[in-house]
Design a protein around this ligand. Structure first.
Ligand code: PLP
Length: 480
């Protein structure tokens, strides 16, 4: 077989020439993006590097095809190849996760969550109402019955993890649609330990009696016991929805098994495909047979035409995740996060929950006298790409924050191991301990401006360059 690296190099070189013939500035920005990604320590917990096969699959004529509907049941003609793609992606997803049903059309994680919410509402509220009135479709209801159903659909309860405890916007955060379409309450973590308190959560669920209990997170550095979550949901008659957007790769790679695997415990599981799962940007919903018919109505409930080119790339990424090598990768993600956390603790930095057992670490930067915003900016000056993040009960609010969230999936894809992540913790501490907060124009303490001591950014950049060169991104891919 031809050398894949040289095939990839030549494919991208030609593709960029074709793009440049129409809009050279886009070709230039694309080249520059690769150069920038190659030259920085990417520690954003929600990002990764998809394989060339996944990336290339997105650049085809499947992008041009409309295919509203489901496999074999489309509202457009000529969907036979999209059917092949969607059926394959769903099959890979079911096999990989051991799910009864997989819906691969959502364009993103937020779309997947919207599909899940409306599927639960359709299954739990709308279908019984239709059965009661002896009709199959909401269009067949009388206006009065429709008004009553509409009020009922808009009057349900959702209990999800709060943003500052690590939950996502879509888990009932008021400014998000999830916090507006449901009566919402939020659960947090134990103020002492930073850990989920299942007894407190159960008590809240008993009192609030939600229709939907959402588990899952964007910034909680620990594993969740989904068997316990299901017990709580069952006790109060809630539907358990798990959003595994962040840790789907650890589920796929069998790092999270038993009680830590959401699929056997939840009624509905949603995910993105582009974070630890290392696929194209997109979303997916897994469900039990019971919820499958309502999930299948994602279009027309909340979606229009699926992104067929992205569904094709999901199939390729899921096929990759079914290879044994993906399990080694997933285990390395978790081992690396441990090493990063231990590196910080040895250097006397503070971590929310005191450590990690998943793919991310939440560093509380207040011990360096900084806000998350200052820390994020100083690290970026030194070529370390992170994102600021709230810590529980954050004194600096959601904009400036007091934390930095760091994830290992991307650099693990590049080949970084435990020793490299220990070095990364050392470099981060070097930047933060050489950063001082600035002052506002009025002379008061600033939450945004900062000063990084002379020479530190260059020193850290050259130390990172050594690590990055030893673990190249897309080795063998040459654009010039
Ligand atoms: N759910 C969780 C837990 C997330 O962390 C995210 C994104 O960060 C999403 C959903 C939304 O994903 P997307 O950005 O693809 O809409």
């Amino acid at each position: 077989m031809a050398d894949l690296n040289s095939l990839t190099s030549s494919a991208y070189r030609h593709a960029l020439e074709v793009i440049a013939s129409v809009e050279p500035r886009i070709a230039d920005a694309t080249r520059q993006e690769l150069a920038d990604q190659r030259a920085s320590l990417k520690l954003i917990a929600s990002e990764n590097y998809a394989s060339p096969a996944v990336l290339m699959t997105m650049g085809t004529w499947f992008s041009d095809k409309y295919a509203e509907g489901t496999v074999g049941h489309r509202f457009y003609a000529g969907c036979q190849n999209v059917d092949t793609v969607e059926a394959l992606a769903a099959e890979h997803a079911r096999e990989l996760f051991g799910a009864e049903y997989a819906y691969v059309q959502p364009h993103s994680g937020i779309d997947a969550n919207l599909v899940a919410f409306w599927s639960i509402l359709a299954h739990r509220i709308e279908s019984p109402a239709l059965a009661e009135h002896g009709v199959r479709n909401v269009n067949d209801l009388t206006e009065a019955d429709w008004e009553k159903l509409r009020r009922e659909l808009g009057n349900q309860r959702l209990l999800g993890m709060s943003l500052d405890a690590g939950g996502h916007l879509t888990h009932g955060f008021r400014p998000n649609i999830s916090g507006k379409m449901f009566h919402q309450q939020q659960y947090g973590t134990d103020p002492e330990t930073g850990l989920l308190d299942y007894d407190a959560l159960a008590a809240k669920a008993r009192e609030f009696k939600p229709l939907v209990l959402v588990a899952g997170y964007s910034a909680y550095p620990r594993r969740v016991n989904f068997a316990k979550m299901r017990e709580i949901a069952d006790e109060v008659g809630a539907t358990l929805m798990v959003d595994m957007a962040h840790f789907a790769g650890l589920v796929a790679g069998k790092v999270f098994t038993g009680d830590e695997d959401p699929v056997p415990h939840a009624h509905v599981v949603t995910t993105t495909t582009h974070k630890s799962l290392r696929g194209p940007r997109g979303g997916m919903v897994l469900a039990t047979e019971e919820f499958a018919p309502s999930v299948d109505r994602g279009c027309p409930m909340v979606l229009g035409g699926p992104l067929s080119h992205v569904m094709a790339a999901k199939a390729v990424a899921l096929a990759e995740a079914r290879q044994p090598a993906f399990q080694t990768y997933a285990q390395q993600i978790a081992d690396n996060a441990k090493s990063l956390a231990e590196g910080f603790l040895r250097r006397e930095a503070n971590l929310v929950t005191g450590g990690t057992d998943n793919h991310l670490v939440l560093l509380d930067v207040t011990s360096f006298g900084l806000t998350g915003r200052q820390a994020e900016s100083a690290l970026l000056d030194a070529g370390v790409v992170t994102n600021r993040n709230s810590v529980p009960a954050d004194p600096n609010g959601a904009w400036y924050t007091s934390g930095i969230r760091l994830g290992t999936p991307a650099l693990t894809t590049r080949g970084f191991g435990a020793a490299e992540f220990d070095r990364v913790s050392e470099l981060i501490v070097e930047v933060l301990s050489n950063t001082t907060p600035g002052t506002t124009k009025a002379g008061g303490p600033s939450k945004a401006s900062y000063r990084l001591a002379d020479g530190v950014a260059d020193r850290v950049r050259s130390a990172s360059a050594e690590l990055l060169e030893k673990n190249p991104l897309y080795p063998g891919l040459e654009l010039a």
